[in-house]
Design a protein around this ligand. Structure first.
Ligand SMILES: Cc1ncc(C[n+]2csc(CCOP(=O)(O)OP(=O)(O)O)c2C)c(N)n1
Length: 315
């Protein structure tokens, strides 16, 4: 999990620089500061388990095992990206690792995941579908529709609210009745847990039991992981709506430093080992950037390939 978190952090820090340099088109929403959620959610998952994500999905893809080359080339819109350059940051997907996609339409994962869970049920496998969404997304109707159906059908789904306390520029307390998103699970008769989303081990442990429950055919769970978004809502966001102090306070709870301290205390990591991990991550991120830079753009004549819609006149 430590290496995964570093990979996410460094890949996004580089993406930030490259975006500022005009190398990456479109919008990007970074998850810097939230890496413990991605790592803790994905660590108990198998490669063929499914993950459905949001507009802030880079870390989730990397934690699910997506290659950094495929990720970076996709941000660049290159033909070698994991969606052949057609998804970009906000609609990136990689079915080869069960990552069914980021989604620009808020809360989509909450209604898609029960369907994925039903497919698992019908095929009789022991797979699990996980959907990660923000606190803002939890305040939209599809959240309730999805949790209700999943609970009714007892499908193997884990709903994970990555609560960074902001929905774009709207504060959590101004938009969230009842204070707790996890408490909403009770209304649907499923387990709900709130965890410190800056503590990768806490997220992992909550996920482990939710995944075990799903695999045992006992149905869905809801986890609320409370975390801090270090960056703006999107790259370029001037963040006039929140104080510098809030971000500084969040940095004191940096999930990567925290896991490192924990591992050092448990004598599972020392400075030399940490330096080796950091160097390997650095080399991998650099390789991904070089790969993306030197890859070709998609060919215009391939624009209608790999789409669900098939136009007869394109034959
Ligand atoms: C259906 C829909 N409504 C509005 C938006 C615009 N929008 C994009 S991100 C966002 C806020 C999301 O907040 P949250 O779910 O908490 O996720 P976070 O950005 O904090 O990760 C909004 C309103 C959208 N993408 N989709």
């Amino acid at each position: 999990m430590y290496a995964t978190m570093l990979r996410i952090r460094r890949a996004e820090e580089r993406a930030r620089e490259l975006y500022a340099a005009g190398r990456i088109p479109g919008f990007i929403h970074l998850s810097i500061g939230q890496e413990a959620v991605a790592a803790g959610v994905c660590a108990p998952l198998q490669r063929d388990d499914y993950l459905l994500s949001t507009h802030r999905g880079h870390g989730h893809l990397i934690a699910k095992g997506g290659s950094l080359r495929g990720f970076m080339a996709e941000l660049y819109g290159k033909a070698t990206g994991c969606c052949k350059g057609k998804g970009g940051s906000m609609h990136i997907a990689d079915a080869s690792v069960g990552y069914l996609g980021a989604n620009g339409v808020l809360t989509s994962g909450c209604v898609l995941a029960p369907g994925v869970g039903q497919s698992i049920q019908m095929r009789g496998t022991d797979q699990v579908a996980v959907t990660i969404f923000g606190d803002g997304a939890a305040n939209r109707g599809p959240f309730h529709e999805g949790v209700n159906l999943a609970a009714l059908w007892k499908v193997p789904v884990v709903f994970v609210c990555e609560n960074n306390f902001w929905a774009s520029t709207t504060a959590h307390d101004l938009s969230t009745a009842g204070g707790s998103i996890a408490a909403r699970a009770a209304g649907y008769g499923i387990p709900g847990a709130t965890v410190d989303g800056n503590d990768a081990l806490a997220v992992y442990l909550a996920m482990e039991s939710a995944v075990a429950r799903a695999r045992a055919g006992e149905g869905p769970s809801l986890i609320e992981a409370r975390t801090v978004r270090f960056m703006g809502h999107f790259e370029g966001d001037p963040q006039g709506y929140r104080s510098r102090g809030e971000v500084e306070g969040g940095r004191q709870r940096d999930p990567i430093a925290r896991l490192r301290a924990h591992l050092e205390e448990a004598k599972l990591l020392d400075a030399a080992h940490a330096a080796r991990v950091a160097a390997a991550v650095e080399a991998e991120v650099q390789d991904a950037v070089d790969f993306a830079e030197s890859s070709p753009l998609p060919a215009p004549e391939d624009a209608l390939q790999d789409l669900f819609v098939h136009y007869p006149w394109s034959d």
